[in-house]
Design a protein around this ligand. Structure first.
Ligand code: ZN
Length: 124
């Protein structure tokens, strides 16, 4: 078998993935917060903003719940995505803070939830 295909389809053990997420993400907040510096892999900038945060259920995985955290580089616009293993309780906690009861937050919703005031006028 092609070595690259074999490596890309390697099966990560559930406990390994879960531990990596617990080690690298702060799950004490409403959304996963990276414990590592967020840096653009394309241009190297550290001016990355959370773009959106969305939880979903993986049907075919032993670790069923993920929070997808996307960051956008303010310099080159590259978008990165991380899939953080969480528990159902974590997803339920996220949902309980959303006005529509769903575990999905946009950048603007998060700014509002964390108490930032809007700095920009809406474009018309
Ligand atoms: Zn960049």
């Amino acid at each position: 078998m092609n070595k690259i295909i074999k490596a890309l389809l390697d099966d990560n053990k559930p406990e390994t993935g879960q531990k990596a997420c617990e080690d690298n993400w702060d799950l004490s907040e409403l959304i996963p917060i990276p414990k590592f510096p967020v840096k653009c892999p394309f241009c190297g900038s550290r001016k990355m903003l959370i773009r959106n945060v969305t939880a979903h259920q993986r049907i075919d995985s032993p670790t069923k719940w993920r929070v997808i955290v996307s960051f956008k580089c303010t310099i080159c616009s590259h978008i990165t995505t991380h899939g953080v293993v969480v528990t159902k309780d974590y997803v339920d906690k996220m949902s309980s803070h959303h006005p529509d009861g769903v575990p999905n937050f946009s950048h603007r919703q998060l700014r509002q939830m964390f108490g930032f005031e809007e700095q920009h006028e809406e474009q018309k």
